[in-house]
Design a protein around this ligand. Structure first.
Ligand SMILES: Cc1cc2nc3c(=O)[nH]c(=O)nc-3n(C[C@H](O)[C@H](O)[C@H](O)COP(=O)(O)OP(=O)(O)OC[C@H]3O[C@@H](n4cnc5c(N)ncnc54)[C@H](O)[C@@H]3O)c2cc1C
Length: 798
């Protein structure tokens, strides 16, 4: 047996390692060495934004841990830069001065951020001024986060995808952020004027200040420190941190210096080979047929081809990629597919509703879709990609193509097997099904490990969950990325639920005895108690000590161990008599503070525990549930009853909602709001369920949160009547109750499951469960008892 061929990979990033993953499927007789400048194993660069925004840690974004390299016999040199390629002697030289011979070389050096010539970026000694950042790697991200902690105002230069992601991350770090963009619209590469304007509005709503047509001229300094940025139009803005996100440039210097052909990128042929036999290149550093790619999906296609060519299999060639990518720009779903530029003979089919931040456009050339923009509503994405790939003539479908999706594309079940499910990693439905069946996979993590699907932007997670559901049927329980519910019962929430049903367990103590450590802790006992209410409504063994103090005494304990008592004021409307009663109670019990809450209610603070029963009795009003994981309150504005702008009766609807859903236990607290017009004075878009009156009826938004991490609710449905609002809210609430994990707020739940999937489930009834949800929530509503009244009765009886 001859010596194994030596393969050296320069660049431990996404494309280099993707090539190795594909190569290892074809051959394991190569001696592989990887060099990476960064001091880390291979991680998912796409998810750096989530690190910056505080949603992920390094561990969460690692793609291949050290064990993967070890297992596959790959020698990894982190923190090592290759400084020279000696192509004649087939040797690379590292910055440590070592020489490494190779038989085959793969260059995967990615890109460098482009830094425009702006005065003040460099200090007098030529180094970059502290406080000025680019956003390319983990170290950039970490230092940015550290700097943000001691800073107040950031200016992000560049309003492309990365600039906006950086801006959002910094807003999450508590900074006051301005994005200054050279062009007259954001993300001009992916968006046209109208969609870019909708995006601008949404971005502004996140608290990011946007300056368009602003070209940075100088970083203003105060001594060595950054004081702001001046623009060529004379305006200047204060800042103590500047992030430059003005595009990327392929990292070609090492190839160029060694005499490999380069243009804007390293020039490669259809096998990803450079002009030097045995030297291949992939990723952002390459130029193929004159094109350079800056997103993951095309570079993964390149990686597959390079792996084939390196292993000696030249059947697959790279012919270039249709750029089709789902992006999540500052939490706003966006897909840009193909070519969206208008050229001679192009036609456009457009739907635009800035009121709900939805924009859908198809660019048609000679009867064939050339490109598409989907903003705010990604329905049809897979179909349009397929149509562009197949160059199918859509002339006869033009009346319906923007809205009606044929049965085959309505749900994953009916999509053809060659439909791309993970656009980033180029994984088809058929490949996922094969992996599930061959490896008996039961969750997304396994599928990611075997196929690499859902390892990048994770936007395909809901589709993969549907595939799992279709393939495994009733066997499928959502396991993914889940931690055990609690150390006392080391199983996931889903596993516990399945087991509790299977074993017919009806008390927290039995669950803990059979499945856990026997006693549990305050936190898991509470969660299990909720599980029983969700499964059996009222028909289970009540064990008061499974509840936290607040839920036991139906009031909210304060730091001085007194309680806050909040009676319910349906829809925030209160009668003079109720006001008098509250005032009398406050006087009678010498309540130290009476306070209007954020949820339009009156809070009596400082009640002693022994006073609680008589306070409730004297109030004789229902509990406002200001203390538990349940539906709490429904804020309303005055709507068309009094307001000049109101177009709908928000007060009546809000009262009905609060009466219907009052006190219903949920996995997390649930707050609602009804606005009588799109001005949304009750901040409906940061509610778990937010209803907005429009001329023709109501919009129903779900998954908003105004708390620690603000999240704008997403549009679930537009309906005509208040009755329909109550119906869809009830169905959504029950869907959330049954499918969310304990303590998962609707904002996280909607984020995890995906609004499109929720729409399919609840509006299109793809799983056929809507009647069941409707029926269950009705039973829950009917079983509801006011806890204060119930506890009065109990005390009378005992
Ligand atoms: C913040 C951020 C968000 C993004 N979001 C998205 C997104 O939502 N969707 C999407 O599709 N794409 C996104 N991208 C782009 C995507 O990450 C890149 O397309 C992809 O990482 C490119 O892979 P690559 O292997 O070509 O380069 P990289 O992943 O950058 O890897 C190149 C590696 O080579 C190393 N290197 C360079 N020169 C040398 C040398 N001489 N010696 C040794 N090592 C060297 C570099 O340090 C680097 O680690 C994002 C990028 C960033 C930075």
């Amino acid at each position: 047996m001859g010596k194994p061929r030596r393969l050296i990979v320069i660049g431990n990033g996404m494309s280099g390692i993707a090539t190795l993953e594909h190569l290892l499927k074809k051959t394991n007789d190569m001696d592989i060495t990887v060099f990476g400048t960064e001091p880390y194993v291979n991680y998912n660069r796409v998810l750096l934004s989530t690190v910056l925004s505080g949603e992920s840690l390094l561990n969460d974004i690692i793609l291949n841990p050290q064990e993967w390299y070890d297992k596959n016999g790959i020698k990894l040199h982190t923190g090592t830069t290759i400084t020279k390629i000696d192509k004649d002697n087939k040797i690379v030289v590292s910055d440590q001065g070592d020489y490494h011979p190779y038989d085959t070389l793969l260059i995967a050096t990615g890109s460098n951020p482009f830094i425009p010539p702006i005065k003040g970026i460099k200090m007098s000694d030529g180094t970059q001024r502290p406080g000025i950042f680019t956003f390319r790697n983990l170290d950039d991200t970490r230092t940015m986060m550290e700097w943000a902690r001691k800073s107040r105002k950031a200016i992000v230069i560049g309003g492309g995808l990365l600039g906006l992601e950086a801006a959002k991350g910094l807003v999450n770090q508590g900074m006051d952020v301005t994005v200054a963009h050279l062009m007259d619209r954001l993300m001009e590469m992916q968006l046209d004027t109208a969609s870019a304007e909708i995006l601008r509005q949404e971005v502004t709503r996140l608290g990011i200040n946007v300056l368009l047509s602003h070209s940075a001229e100088e970083v203003i300094t105060d001594g060595e420190e950054i004081a702001g940025v001046r623009f060529t139009n004379g305006s200047a803005y204060e800042a103590d941190m500047v992030v430059i996100s003005a595009g990327i440039r392929p990292n070609i210097s090492i190839a160029a210096d060694s005499g490999i052909s380069v243009n804007r990128g390293i020039i490669v042929d259809d096998y990803m080979q450079t002009n030097v036999p045995g030297i291949f290149a992939v990723g952002e550093c390459v130029e193929h047929r004159g094109k350079i790619y800056g997103i993951v999906a095309p570079i993964i296609e390149q990686a597959k081809v390079a792996a084939g060519a390196i292993s000696g299999d030249s059947r697959v060639m790279y012919k270039g990629s249709i750029i089709a990518t789902k992006l999540k720009v500052a939490d706003i779903p966006l897909a840009a597919i193909g070519n969206i530029r208008q050229s001679v003979g192009c036609e456009e089919i457009v739907f635009s509703d800035p009121g709900v931040s939805v924009y859908r456009k198809l660019v048609i050339q000679g009867g064939i879709i050339a490109g598409a923009i989907l903003l705010g509503d990604l329905k049809g994405y897979e179909r349009y990609v397929q149509l562009i790939q197949d160059q199918e003539d859509i002339s006869l479908q033009r009346k319906t193509i923007l809205f009606d999706q044929p049965e085959t594309f309505k749900s994953v079940a009916s999509m053809p097997d060659n439909t791309t499910i993970c656009g980033c990693m180029g994984v088809s439905k058929g490949e996922i099904i094969k992996a599930i069946q061959e490896h008996e996979l039961t969750g997304i993590q396994g599928i990611s490990e075997k196929t690499r699907a859902c390892t990048s932007c994770k936007g395909c997670a809901p589709l993969i969950e549907q595939i799992l559901q279709n393939v495994l049927g009733g066997e499928y329980v959502k396991h993914e990325g889940l931690q055990d519910f609690c150390d006392c019962i080391p199983m996931t929430w889903e596993e516990i639920k399945k087991e509790v049903i299977l074993l017919g367990l009806k008390s927290v103590s039995k669950i803990l005895k059979i499945m856990g450590n026997g006693h549990g802790c305050a936190s898991c006992r509470h969660g299990l108690n909720y599980l029983l209410t969700e499964l059996y409504i009222d028909d289970f063994e009540k064990e008061p000590d499974t509840l936290p103090l607040n839920d036991m005494v139906h009031a909210n304990v304060q730091k001085d161990e007194t309680f806050s008592v909040v009676p319910r004021t349906f829809g925030g409307v209160i009668t003079p008599n109720e006001l008098r009663v509250i005032a009398d109670v406050a006087d009678r019990y010498e309540v130290p503070m009476v306070k209007i809450t954020g949820g339009q209610r009156i809070d009596l603070l400082g009640i002693k525990r022994e006073q609680l029963q008589s306070v409730w009795s004297d109030l004789n009003m229902p509990s406002g549930h200001a203390y538990t994981k349940a539906f709490r309150t429904c804020k309303t504005c005055v709507g068309d009853m009094f307001c000049r702008y109101g177009v709908q009766d928000s007060v009546s609807l809000g009262i009905k909602m609060e009466k219907l859903f009052q006190g219903i236990p949920c996995p997390g607290k649930v707050k609602m709001g009804v606005s009588g017009c799109p001005r949304s004075c009750v901040e409906t878009k940061i509610k778990d369920v937010g209803i907005v009156g429009i001329q023709t009826g109501w919009e129903v938004y779900v998954g908003g949160n105004g708390g620690v991490k603000t999240r704008i609710a997403e549009l679930l449905a537009v309906v005509n009547t208040g009755e329909e609002v109550l119906d869809i809210t009830g169905i959504f609430l029950q869907y959330y109750r049954e499918n969310a994990r304990w303590t998962e707020r609707t904002s996280n739940f909607v984020e995890r499951v995906g609004i499109e999937h929720i729409r399919e489930e609840l509006l299109e009834d793809t799983s056929g469960k809507v009647d069941n949800y409707r029926d269950r929530i009705r039973q829950v509503i009917e079983a509801y008892k006011d806890p204060w009244a119930a506890s009065q009765k109990e005390s009378l009886i005992s």
